[in-house]
Design a protein around this ligand. Structure first.
Ligand code: ADP
Ligand code: MG
Length: 393
Protein backbone atom coordinates (compact mmCIF):
# COMPACT_ATOMS: atom_id res chain seq x y z
CA UNK A 1 0.00 0.00 0.00
CA UNK A 2 1.20 3.51 -0.75
CA UNK A 3 2.08 5.54 2.29
CA UNK A 4 0.40 8.90 2.86
CA UNK A 5 3.63 10.72 2.01
CA UNK A 6 3.83 8.99 -1.36
CA UNK A 7 0.23 9.89 -2.12
CA UNK A 8 0.95 13.51 -1.23
CA UNK A 9 4.09 13.62 -3.35
CA UNK A 10 2.08 12.27 -6.26
CA UNK A 11 -0.71 14.83 -5.84
CA UNK A 12 1.75 17.71 -5.57
CA UNK A 13 3.59 16.54 -8.72
CA UNK A 14 0.33 16.13 -10.67
CA UNK A 15 -0.98 19.51 -9.59
CA UNK A 16 2.31 21.15 -10.52
CA UNK A 17 2.01 19.73 -14.06
CA UNK A 18 -1.69 20.65 -14.30
CA UNK A 19 -0.98 24.16 -13.08
CA UNK A 20 1.82 24.73 -15.58
CA UNK A 21 -0.37 23.51 -18.44
CA UNK A 22 -3.21 25.78 -17.42
CA UNK A 23 -1.36 28.92 -16.31
CA UNK A 24 2.23 28.48 -17.58
CA UNK A 25 4.03 28.99 -14.24
CA UNK A 26 5.14 27.15 -11.11
CA UNK A 27 2.75 27.11 -8.15
CA UNK A 28 2.89 26.78 -4.39
CA UNK A 29 0.68 24.05 -2.91
CA UNK A 30 -1.61 24.17 0.09
CA UNK A 31 -3.89 21.58 1.61
CA UNK A 32 -6.59 21.56 4.29
CA UNK A 33 -8.20 18.37 5.63
CA UNK A 34 -11.78 17.24 6.00
CA UNK A 35 -12.87 15.98 9.41
CA UNK A 36 -14.91 13.52 11.38
CA UNK A 37 -16.38 14.21 14.82
CA UNK A 38 -15.74 11.52 17.45
CA UNK A 39 -18.34 12.81 19.91
CA UNK A 40 -20.26 16.01 20.67
CA UNK A 41 -23.04 16.12 18.06
CA UNK A 42 -25.47 19.03 17.76
CA UNK A 43 -23.59 20.71 20.60
CA UNK A 44 -21.62 23.31 18.64
CA UNK A 45 -24.53 25.67 18.01
CA UNK A 46 -25.42 25.37 21.70
CA UNK A 47 -22.03 26.87 22.66
CA UNK A 48 -20.97 23.38 23.78
CA UNK A 49 -18.14 20.89 23.41
CA UNK A 50 -17.01 18.80 20.43
CA UNK A 51 -14.21 16.34 19.66
CA UNK A 52 -13.36 16.37 15.95
CA UNK A 53 -10.37 14.80 14.23
CA UNK A 54 -8.84 15.90 10.92
CA UNK A 55 -8.70 13.08 8.36
CA UNK A 56 -6.19 12.09 5.70
CA UNK A 57 -8.27 13.46 2.84
CA UNK A 58 -7.76 17.10 1.90
CA UNK A 59 -8.73 19.81 -0.50
CA UNK A 60 -5.63 21.00 -2.36
CA UNK A 61 -5.03 24.47 -3.75
CA UNK A 62 -2.17 25.25 -6.14
CA UNK A 63 -1.58 29.00 -6.37
CA UNK A 64 0.63 31.64 -7.99
CA UNK A 65 0.31 35.43 -8.06
CA UNK A 66 -1.18 37.45 -10.95
CA UNK A 67 -0.35 41.05 -11.78
CA UNK A 68 -3.99 42.13 -11.99
CA UNK A 69 -6.76 42.09 -9.34
CA UNK A 70 -8.44 38.84 -10.35
CA UNK A 71 -8.70 35.40 -8.84
CA UNK A 72 -8.86 32.88 -11.66
CA UNK A 73 -9.89 29.54 -10.18
CA UNK A 74 -10.30 26.10 -11.73
CA UNK A 75 -11.85 23.18 -9.84
CA UNK A 76 -10.84 19.76 -11.13
CA UNK A 77 -13.84 18.23 -9.35
CA UNK A 78 -16.31 20.41 -11.22
CA UNK A 79 -14.16 20.70 -14.42
CA UNK A 80 -14.97 24.38 -14.39
CA UNK A 81 -13.28 27.78 -14.25
CA UNK A 82 -14.48 30.84 -12.35
CA UNK A 83 -13.26 34.43 -12.13
CA UNK A 84 -13.54 36.69 -9.11
CA UNK A 85 -12.68 40.42 -9.10
CA UNK A 86 -10.95 41.35 -5.84
CA UNK A 87 -12.04 44.99 -6.08
CA UNK A 88 -15.65 44.35 -7.01
CA UNK A 89 -16.62 41.76 -4.47
CA UNK A 90 -19.78 41.59 -2.49
CA UNK A 91 -21.23 39.05 -0.12
CA UNK A 92 -24.04 37.89 -2.43
CA UNK A 93 -23.89 34.18 -3.18
CA UNK A 94 -24.08 32.98 -6.78
CA UNK A 95 -25.14 29.50 -5.61
CA UNK A 96 -22.00 28.12 -7.22
CA UNK A 97 -18.95 26.29 -5.86
CA UNK A 98 -16.90 29.47 -6.35
CA UNK A 99 -18.96 31.10 -3.55
CA UNK A 100 -16.65 29.31 -1.10
CA UNK A 101 -13.56 30.93 -2.68
CA UNK A 102 -15.25 34.30 -3.08
CA UNK A 103 -16.60 34.17 0.49
CA UNK A 104 -13.18 33.55 1.99
CA UNK A 105 -11.53 36.25 -0.14
CA UNK A 106 -14.33 38.66 0.82
CA UNK A 107 -14.00 37.98 4.55
CA UNK A 108 -10.18 38.19 4.49
CA UNK A 109 -10.29 41.56 2.72
CA UNK A 110 -13.04 42.81 5.04
CA UNK A 111 -10.80 41.89 7.98
CA UNK A 112 -8.07 44.08 6.51
CA UNK A 113 -5.87 41.59 4.67
CA UNK A 114 -4.75 43.13 1.35
CA UNK A 115 -4.88 40.21 -1.08
CA UNK A 116 -2.98 39.89 -4.37
CA UNK A 117 -4.55 38.53 -7.52
CA UNK A 118 -3.92 34.83 -8.11
CA UNK A 119 -4.28 31.87 -10.42
CA UNK A 120 -5.60 28.83 -8.55
CA UNK A 121 -6.13 25.16 -9.28
CA UNK A 122 -8.28 23.15 -6.84
CA UNK A 123 -8.42 19.41 -6.33
CA UNK A 124 -10.64 17.92 -3.62
CA UNK A 125 -10.04 14.44 -2.23
CA UNK A 126 -12.73 14.94 0.43
CA UNK A 127 -15.96 13.41 -0.90
CA UNK A 128 -18.38 16.26 -1.54
CA UNK A 129 -21.58 16.36 0.50
CA UNK A 130 -20.82 13.22 2.55
CA UNK A 131 -20.56 14.90 5.92
CA UNK A 132 -16.75 15.03 5.97
CA UNK A 133 -16.75 18.79 5.47
CA UNK A 134 -15.32 19.35 2.04
CA UNK A 135 -16.78 22.85 2.50
CA UNK A 136 -14.51 23.73 5.43
CA UNK A 137 -11.56 22.09 3.66
CA UNK A 138 -11.96 24.22 0.52
CA UNK A 139 -12.44 27.37 2.63
CA UNK A 140 -9.38 26.81 4.79
CA UNK A 141 -7.12 25.67 1.92
CA UNK A 142 -8.21 28.75 -0.06
CA UNK A 143 -7.67 31.10 2.88
CA UNK A 144 -4.22 29.71 3.66
CA UNK A 145 -3.19 29.89 -0.01
CA UNK A 146 -4.52 33.45 -0.54
CA UNK A 147 -2.76 34.77 2.56
CA UNK A 148 0.64 33.26 1.79
CA UNK A 149 0.32 34.20 -1.88
CA UNK A 150 -0.03 37.78 -0.67
CA UNK A 151 2.94 37.55 1.69
CA UNK A 152 0.64 37.79 4.72
CA UNK A 153 0.91 35.88 8.01
CA UNK A 154 -1.57 33.11 8.88
CA UNK A 155 -3.20 33.12 12.30
CA UNK A 156 -4.95 29.75 12.35
CA UNK A 157 -7.71 30.59 14.83
CA UNK A 158 -8.45 33.86 13.05
CA UNK A 159 -8.53 32.02 9.71
CA UNK A 160 -11.01 29.44 11.09
CA UNK A 161 -13.30 32.24 12.29
CA UNK A 162 -13.19 34.08 8.96
CA UNK A 163 -13.84 30.87 6.99
CA UNK A 164 -16.86 30.15 9.16
CA UNK A 165 -18.15 33.66 8.56
CA UNK A 166 -17.69 33.11 4.83
CA UNK A 167 -19.89 30.02 5.03
CA UNK A 168 -22.47 31.72 7.27
CA UNK A 169 -22.68 35.08 5.57
CA UNK A 170 -21.72 34.49 1.94
CA UNK A 171 -22.60 30.86 1.20
CA UNK A 172 -25.56 31.11 3.58
CA UNK A 173 -25.15 27.95 5.68
CA UNK A 174 -25.73 28.26 9.45
CA UNK A 175 -22.76 26.11 10.49
CA UNK A 176 -20.82 26.19 13.77
CA UNK A 177 -17.04 26.73 14.02
CA UNK A 178 -16.02 23.07 14.52
CA UNK A 179 -15.16 22.11 10.94
CA UNK A 180 -13.05 25.11 10.06
CA UNK A 181 -11.36 25.01 13.45
CA UNK A 182 -10.13 21.43 13.23
CA UNK A 183 -9.15 21.87 9.57
CA UNK A 184 -6.91 24.75 10.70
CA UNK A 185 -5.69 23.49 14.07
CA UNK A 186 -5.78 19.67 13.92
CA UNK A 187 -2.53 17.80 14.53
CA UNK A 188 -1.30 14.42 13.38
CA UNK A 189 -2.36 11.61 15.72
CA UNK A 190 -4.52 13.90 17.88
CA UNK A 191 -8.18 14.53 18.57
CA UNK A 192 -9.16 18.14 19.26
CA UNK A 193 -11.38 18.98 22.22
CA UNK A 194 -12.98 22.30 21.47
CA UNK A 195 -15.05 24.60 23.62
CA UNK A 196 -17.25 26.21 20.97
CA UNK A 197 -17.92 29.27 23.16
CA UNK A 198 -14.44 30.30 24.29
CA UNK A 199 -12.59 28.49 21.46
CA UNK A 200 -10.20 27.07 24.07
CA UNK A 201 -8.95 23.75 22.83
CA UNK A 202 -6.83 20.80 23.86
CA UNK A 203 -5.19 18.17 21.68
CA UNK A 204 -5.11 14.60 22.97
CA UNK A 205 -3.46 11.59 21.31
CA UNK A 206 -5.51 8.84 19.71
CA UNK A 207 -3.84 5.53 20.55
CA UNK A 208 -1.59 4.60 17.60
CA UNK A 209 -3.28 1.22 17.02
CA UNK A 210 -6.66 2.82 16.38
CA UNK A 211 -8.05 3.87 12.99
CA UNK A 212 -11.09 6.00 12.30
CA UNK A 213 -13.68 4.14 10.27
CA UNK A 214 -16.15 6.26 8.31
CA UNK A 215 -19.17 4.51 6.81
CA UNK A 216 -21.36 6.42 4.38
CA UNK A 217 -24.92 5.06 4.42
CA UNK A 218 -25.41 6.50 0.90
CA UNK A 219 -28.76 7.97 1.95
CA UNK A 220 -29.70 11.54 2.78
CA UNK A 221 -33.35 11.93 3.66
CA UNK A 222 -35.08 15.06 2.39
CA UNK A 223 -36.07 16.26 5.85
CA UNK A 224 -32.42 16.80 6.84
CA UNK A 225 -31.88 20.53 6.35
CA UNK A 226 -35.34 21.56 7.55
CA UNK A 227 -35.03 19.46 10.71
CA UNK A 228 -31.57 20.89 11.37
CA UNK A 229 -33.13 24.35 11.61
CA UNK A 230 -36.05 23.00 13.68
CA UNK A 231 -33.61 21.50 16.19
CA UNK A 232 -31.80 24.83 16.53
CA UNK A 233 -35.14 26.53 17.21
CA UNK A 234 -36.12 23.82 19.75
CA UNK A 235 -32.87 24.37 21.64
CA UNK A 236 -33.56 28.11 21.74
CA UNK A 237 -37.05 27.38 23.06
CA UNK A 238 -35.48 25.20 25.76
CA UNK A 239 -33.22 28.07 26.85
CA UNK A 240 -36.21 30.45 27.00
CA UNK A 241 -38.26 27.90 28.96
CA UNK A 242 -35.53 27.35 31.55
CA UNK A 243 -34.66 31.03 31.88
CA UNK A 244 -37.19 31.92 34.64
CA UNK A 245 -35.64 29.24 36.90
CA UNK A 246 -32.08 29.52 35.62
CA UNK A 247 -31.50 33.18 34.67
CA UNK A 248 -27.75 32.66 34.18
CA UNK A 249 -28.40 30.37 31.20
CA UNK A 250 -27.47 31.88 27.83
CA UNK A 251 -27.24 28.61 25.89
CA UNK A 252 -27.86 24.93 26.70
CA UNK A 253 -24.15 24.66 27.38
CA UNK A 254 -24.82 26.48 30.69
CA UNK A 255 -27.36 23.89 31.94
CA UNK A 256 -26.20 21.09 34.24
CA UNK A 257 -27.86 17.65 34.22
CA UNK A 258 -29.13 18.11 37.81
CA UNK A 259 -30.68 21.45 36.84
CA UNK A 260 -32.46 19.91 33.88
CA UNK A 261 -33.70 17.04 36.07
CA UNK A 262 -35.07 19.58 38.49
CA UNK A 263 -36.64 22.13 36.18
CA UNK A 264 -37.13 20.18 32.95
CA UNK A 265 -40.69 19.20 33.88
CA UNK A 266 -41.67 22.81 33.16
CA UNK A 267 -40.81 22.25 29.49
CA UNK A 268 -42.96 20.60 26.81
CA UNK A 269 -41.93 16.92 26.54
CA UNK A 270 -40.27 17.26 23.09
CA UNK A 271 -38.27 20.33 24.10
CA UNK A 272 -37.19 18.55 27.28
CA UNK A 273 -35.88 15.62 25.23
CA UNK A 274 -33.93 17.91 22.88
CA UNK A 275 -32.37 19.66 25.89
CA UNK A 276 -31.57 16.32 27.53
CA UNK A 277 -29.59 15.27 24.46
CA UNK A 278 -27.52 18.45 24.38
CA UNK A 279 -26.89 18.57 28.13
CA UNK A 280 -25.91 14.88 28.38
CA UNK A 281 -23.88 15.06 25.17
CA UNK A 282 -21.79 17.91 26.55
CA UNK A 283 -21.13 15.80 29.65
CA UNK A 284 -20.18 12.85 27.44
CA UNK A 285 -17.56 14.93 25.60
CA UNK A 286 -15.97 15.77 28.94
CA UNK A 287 -15.96 12.11 30.03
CA UNK A 288 -14.63 11.14 26.61
CA UNK A 289 -11.74 13.56 27.06
CA UNK A 290 -10.75 11.84 30.29
CA UNK A 291 -11.16 8.42 28.68
CA UNK A 292 -8.92 9.41 25.78
CA UNK A 293 -6.33 10.79 28.18
CA UNK A 294 -6.19 7.36 29.83
CA UNK A 295 -6.31 5.57 26.45
CA UNK A 296 -9.45 3.89 27.83
CA UNK A 297 -11.02 2.84 24.55
CA UNK A 298 -13.73 0.71 26.18
CA UNK A 299 -15.14 3.76 27.97
CA UNK A 300 -14.79 5.94 24.90
CA UNK A 301 -16.68 3.32 22.89
CA UNK A 302 -19.44 3.14 25.50
CA UNK A 303 -19.82 6.92 25.40
CA UNK A 304 -20.10 6.81 21.60
CA UNK A 305 -22.86 4.18 21.92
CA UNK A 306 -24.70 6.38 24.44
CA UNK A 307 -24.30 9.36 22.14
CA UNK A 308 -25.90 7.44 19.29
CA UNK A 309 -28.85 6.37 21.43
CA UNK A 310 -29.36 9.90 22.65
CA UNK A 311 -29.32 11.24 19.06
CA UNK A 312 -31.77 8.53 18.09
CA UNK A 313 -34.22 8.68 20.98
CA UNK A 314 -33.97 12.19 22.44
CA UNK A 315 -32.80 14.33 19.54
CA UNK A 316 -34.54 12.15 16.94
CA UNK A 317 -32.08 12.81 14.11
CA UNK A 318 -31.07 9.23 13.27
CA UNK A 319 -32.69 6.97 10.66
CA UNK A 320 -32.92 3.20 10.08
CA UNK A 321 -29.83 3.15 7.82
CA UNK A 322 -27.64 4.90 10.42
CA UNK A 323 -28.97 2.63 13.18
CA UNK A 324 -28.21 -0.43 11.07
CA UNK A 325 -24.69 0.75 10.25
CA UNK A 326 -23.96 1.28 13.95
CA UNK A 327 -25.43 -2.10 14.88
CA UNK A 328 -23.38 -3.91 12.22
CA UNK A 329 -20.14 -2.24 13.33
CA UNK A 330 -20.86 -3.38 16.89
CA UNK A 331 -20.81 -6.99 15.72
CA UNK A 332 -17.22 -6.77 14.43
CA UNK A 333 -14.39 -7.73 16.76
CA UNK A 334 -11.92 -4.90 17.23
CA UNK A 335 -14.52 -2.13 16.93
CA UNK A 336 -14.45 -0.06 20.12
CA UNK A 337 -17.24 2.35 19.30
CA UNK A 338 -19.66 3.47 16.59
CA UNK A 339 -22.20 6.24 16.23
CA UNK A 340 -23.84 8.49 13.69
CA UNK A 341 -21.96 11.69 12.98
CA UNK A 342 -22.99 14.97 11.38
CA UNK A 343 -26.47 16.42 11.14
CA UNK A 344 -28.29 13.07 10.78
CA UNK A 345 -31.13 11.60 8.68
CA UNK A 346 -28.48 9.80 6.64
CA UNK A 347 -24.84 10.60 5.97
CA UNK A 348 -22.10 8.75 7.80
CA UNK A 349 -21.18 6.93 10.98
CA UNK A 350 -17.84 7.25 12.78
CA UNK A 351 -16.15 4.16 14.22
CA UNK A 352 -13.07 3.50 16.32
CA UNK A 353 -11.42 0.41 14.88
CA UNK A 354 -8.35 -1.55 15.97
CA UNK A 355 -5.92 -1.29 13.06
CA UNK A 356 -5.60 -5.10 12.85
CA UNK A 357 -9.36 -5.37 12.29
CA UNK A 358 -9.68 -2.77 9.54
CA UNK A 359 -9.95 -5.23 6.64
CA UNK A 360 -12.50 -7.37 8.48
CA UNK A 361 -14.47 -4.28 9.51
CA UNK A 362 -14.70 -2.97 5.96
CA UNK A 363 -15.69 -6.32 4.52
CA UNK A 364 -18.25 -7.45 7.06
CA UNK A 365 -20.00 -4.09 7.50
CA UNK A 366 -20.16 -3.52 3.73
CA UNK A 367 -21.51 -7.01 3.01
CA UNK A 368 -24.12 -7.03 5.73
CA UNK A 369 -25.29 -3.47 4.98
CA UNK A 370 -25.65 -4.22 1.30
CA UNK A 371 -27.53 -7.44 2.04
CA UNK A 372 -30.13 -5.64 4.14
CA UNK A 373 -30.51 -2.36 2.27
CA UNK A 374 -29.43 -3.17 -1.29
CA UNK A 375 -27.09 -0.14 -1.07
CA UNK A 376 -23.33 -0.47 -1.46
CA UNK A 377 -21.81 1.75 1.26
CA UNK A 378 -18.63 3.74 0.95
CA UNK A 379 -16.27 2.84 3.80
CA UNK A 380 -13.11 4.87 4.45
CA UNK A 381 -10.48 4.50 7.12
CA UNK A 382 -8.06 7.15 8.24
CA UNK A 383 -5.57 8.00 10.94
CA UNK A 384 -5.85 11.39 12.67
CA UNK A 385 -4.24 13.87 10.29
CA UNK A 386 -2.62 17.27 10.66
CA UNK A 387 -4.27 20.62 9.97
CA UNK A 388 -3.84 22.87 6.94
CA UNK A 389 -0.49 23.92 5.58
CA UNK A 390 1.85 24.22 2.66
CA UNK A 391 2.86 20.97 0.98
CA UNK A 392 6.20 20.58 -0.71
CA UNK A 393 7.14 18.00 -3.31
P1 ADP B 1 -19.77 18.74 2.91
O1 ADP B 1 -19.11 19.88 3.61
O2 ADP B 1 -20.43 17.79 3.85
O3 ADP B 1 -18.86 18.02 1.97
P2 ADP B 1 -21.36 20.89 1.82
O4 ADP B 1 -22.63 20.91 1.06
O5 ADP B 1 -21.28 21.64 3.10
O6 ADP B 1 -20.95 19.35 2.01
O7 ADP B 1 -20.19 21.47 0.89
C1 ADP B 1 -20.01 20.96 -0.41
C2 ADP B 1 -19.78 22.11 -1.39
O8 ADP B 1 -18.46 22.69 -1.20
C3 ADP B 1 -19.78 21.67 -2.85
O9 ADP B 1 -21.09 21.57 -3.37
C4 ADP B 1 -18.97 22.76 -3.51
O10 ADP B 1 -19.75 23.91 -3.71
C5 ADP B 1 -17.92 23.07 -2.45
N1 ADP B 1 -16.72 22.24 -2.70
C6 ADP B 1 -16.23 21.24 -1.93
N2 ADP B 1 -15.11 20.69 -2.51
C7 ADP B 1 -14.91 21.36 -3.66
C8 ADP B 1 -13.94 21.27 -4.72
N3 ADP B 1 -12.96 20.35 -4.68
N4 ADP B 1 -14.04 22.14 -5.76
C9 ADP B 1 -15.01 23.07 -5.79
N5 ADP B 1 -15.96 23.20 -4.83
C10 ADP B 1 -15.92 22.37 -3.77
MG1 MG C 1 -20.11 21.36 4.80
Amino acid sequence: METKTLVETKIVAELQIGFRQRYGTQARMYRAPGRVNLIGEHTDYNDGFVMPVAIELSVWVAIAPRDDRKLVVYSENFSERAEIELDEMDSRPRRHWSDYVQGVAFMLQKAGYALRGANMLIRGEVPIGSGLSSSAAIEVATGFALLENSGLPVDRVELAKLCRRAENEVVGARVGIMDQFVSCCGQTGQALMLDCRSLDYRLRPIPPDVRLGICNTMVKHDVASGKYNTRQAECEEGVRGLFPRLPHVRALRDVRIEELDRYGSDLPQTIYKRCRHVVTENARVRYATTALEKADLATLGRLMAESHLSLKNDYEVSCPELDLMVELAGQVEGVYGARMTGGGFGGSTVNLVDKRSVADFRRSVANAYEKTTGLSPQILTSAAAGGAGEARA
